[in-house]
Structure formats: structure tokens, C-alpha cells
Write a protein that binds this ligand. Sequence first.
Ligand code: SF4
Length: 512
Amino acid sequence: MSDDRNTNGPPTAPATDAVPAIAHSPCHAGAEELRKAAAAAGNSETLEQYARDYPQGPHDKPQSMCPAFGSLRVGLRMRRTASVLCGSACCVYGLTFTSHFYGARRTVGYVPFNSETLVTGKLFEDIREAVHQLADPELYDAIVVTNLCVPSASGVPLQLLPKQIDGVRIIGIDVPGFGVPTHAEAKDVLAGAMLAYARGEAEQGPVAAPRNGIEERPTVTLVGEIFPADPVTIAMMLEPMGLAAGPVVPTREWRELYAALDCAVVAGLHPFYTASFRQFEAAGRPIVGSAPVGCDGTAEWLQNIGQACGVAQARIDEAKNRMLPAIKGALAGSPIKGRITLSGYEGSELLVARLLVESGADVRYVGTACPKNIWSNADREWLEARGIHVKFRASLEDDCAALEAFKPDLAIGTTPVVQKAKQLAIPGLYFTNLISARPLMGPAGAGSVAQVVNAAIANTARFESMRDFFEGVGTGDRAGIWEDVPTERPEFRAKNRAAKQVKPLSQEPVGC
Ligand code: SF4
């Protein structure tokens, strides 16, 4: 049994007596209060790195699901990888429920705590015992332990866990809602930690070869959770340039991490993988932003990838000539007519907007919960050059304001945006379930997105008849069918509002 120390994060001190104030109310304690507690517990270096990787503002707290779902999902999708959460029972309940809702079919480990185990440092010993019990090399390549809000704020020092136990790698990460703004960026927290570990292993000596053998051609590692058919399309695009599609990061297996690092160039298909890009840069790999979507996007992307790999211009042109006419044909064959607003928290919003515009849609607004960074510059500039308003770190209020201002024929967005659109008799599509779960690249992307978008826009008349049908049943807390119309009680509301104003500062919600 190895006693090597885990070096996946900056060193922090054990839990301190800053803990009790926040131990029982993570989602209801102020984000600033939690940050202060984390700093007092010696965790400020991790939070400062997160602040650099995932810049916040204008809004600084999750308006969607708990961010830790992103990293949990990445771990649960990997072969021979165990996931262990440490956090409040309510957080763990919500995260495991959501993971099974999305078909995890995998056990999520849980190390519970109470005020005493948190304050005395016993919690860390419980986590250490849990990973030792779990670390069976017959079953696992890696165990991922995630500190949620309270243990992160308390500085539970996961980096003091053994770096490996009987060959099973131990990866400890902090994913607090007050430090990682979106679940998309939490995927990067885990992917980056795994790449860092794998890079360290590769630097030490020989590592496992890819399951399907070593690719002879130079490879392009694809960063971003993309539709399973997209890597196949990308491989076809790269073939005339003598290049091959490499692994997709986040990977589905530990050994793919080595192959991912051993690429000629990294395609940053989703721009928010800052910590992962840092690992590729440390390995000396160039990074190319944007993705091969639509005609313009594909032409630029092939040019940039080819140049980064030193491919002769004639071969880059050959790749373009092979792919662009087919994409042009697919776009022309599936035109989209209508005004669209689009928003989401997956990080692929700008790419989808480009595809919609090239399909003929009148896109007015693109909101993304992810931050602006250099890897999304090309897509932002392309959209802004067409007069489209692009909002990074967009809030729900921004998305709803765009809906009201632009009065689109279709709103693509998150659940509350779509709900608002439907109330206004505007067809809506959920970005996560209906748009981001489709192919986007190449000719397949053009046809697939147009199909679902056009079907939704064609539903306008149904929404109008539904609005007419339900007209007069009331809105807000007067909605529904009542024997007696509910009586308004403005005096009670005023009293409740006044009571809320004297609430302590620590009542500001953070996550969830
Ligand atoms: S954001 Fe909310 S649900 Fe997620 S770990 Fe923090 S307190 Fe729990």
C-alpha cells in the first residue's frame, strides 16, 4: 500500500474552526461567507486558480444545476473509475438522483459527515479509509473523490490522500458551487486533474497503449463532450490531410488520456476547458479553437488544424474541397426560416448559433453561462459581425429579456427560458436535451439541427391555440381553475417582505 501523497491540487491545511458557522446550511450560506471560510481553512489557492480559470460576472453563482454534476458525470462515464462524493446529504441525494436520471448505472460512493467529524478532522480519515476499502486494482484504474461545498469551504485536504493505492490512482478535487460557476466548467476541473496525473505518469516512463493500438498518423485530440457521431465525421474531414481523429476529452477510459496528450494538435471544440488546455500546453501541444460547423466554420477549422500540423496547403484545400460542397448542399437542403434566440449552459451555444445562421435562421441573441475567453473569440467575432448579440455568463434574466425584446419564432434555452417562451405562445426547445444531444459537425449537423428547429417553429399555431384556450384562467398564484377566486392578501405580503429585510446576511442562496 503506497503512502505517496496526492499532488493534484495545491496544499491546504486541515479543517479549521471556521467550519461550524456553515456546516448546516451550504446552499443558504452567502457565497462570500463560504469563500472566506475556505480561505481561512487554507483552500484559497484552489479558489484563486478557479477564479483565474473560470472568471465570474456579471452573475457569480450557479443558476442551473449544482456544478458538481458536471465532474460527477465525467467520472461516471469512465470505465473502471469509481466516484465518491463528500458533502451534505441533501447535495449528494440531488447529485445521485440526477446522475441516475441521466442513466449512470453506476454506484456513487458517499462519505457522510457531521459537525464533529468535520471539525475534528475525522472526516478526512473517513475518506482515506473509504478509498483504501474501494481501491481494488481488479476493478478500478482510478477513484475520483469530490469535495462538495461544505468540505471545500472547510479545507478537507484531499491532496493528502495517497496518490495511488495498489496501482489505483486517487484523484481528489474540490468542486464548490461558490468557486466553479457552471457544471460545464466542473467537467474541466476533473478532466484537467486527470490529464495532469496522466501527464506526470507519461513523463515517468512507458504508459498503456490505446485499446485499438497506436495510430500511425498524427492525431487531433477533440476536447468537448460531443455527439458520438461527430468524431467519425471529423475523422473523415481530417483524412485527406493525412491526420486522424484522436481521443475525445473528457475520455471514457484512463489509458485514452495518454493518447490524448500524445497528439499533434488539440481541437478545443468547447472553449471552457481551461485547466485541460493548460495541461496540453504544458505537454507542448498547440490548441485550435472553434469547430467544423457549417461552411465557414469548417473551412476555417480545417485551415487552422492543417497549418498547426504543418500540412501542405494543397492537402488542406483537398480536405476543404471534399467536405465543403456536401455541407453547402446539406445547408441548402434544410433551410431554417424564422427568428431565434438561443441560450444554454453547455458551452456549445456559439457553435449551434453559427450553424443556425448558415442555415438561414435570423438569430438575434446568443447567451451562454460560460465565460468569454480566447478559445471562443473566433465564434464570437463571426456572430457579432452579423449583428448578433452575444452574452457570456448570461443570467436567466438576460435570456428572458432577450426573449421579450426580440419576440422570436423559436426560443432555444434552458428550462425556465423555454417555460417563459411557452407562456408567451412561442415554441421553445430545451438546449441540453434537444439541441446539444445532436450531431453538429459536417453535413450531418446541418440536416439534424434544421429538422428539430423547423418542426418546433411549425408548432406556432398550436401554441397560439393553447394560449387562446387557457386565456382567462389566471396567471401567477391565481392560475388554475378555482371554485372561488383566491383572495389577494397584500398586507401579509408586505409583512413577509419586511421580515425578509432583517434577515441575516448569510441567507443569500448560492447553489442549486
Ligand atoms: S452548489 Fe448546492 S447542491 Fe451543489 S454542493 Fe454546493 S450546496 Fe450542495
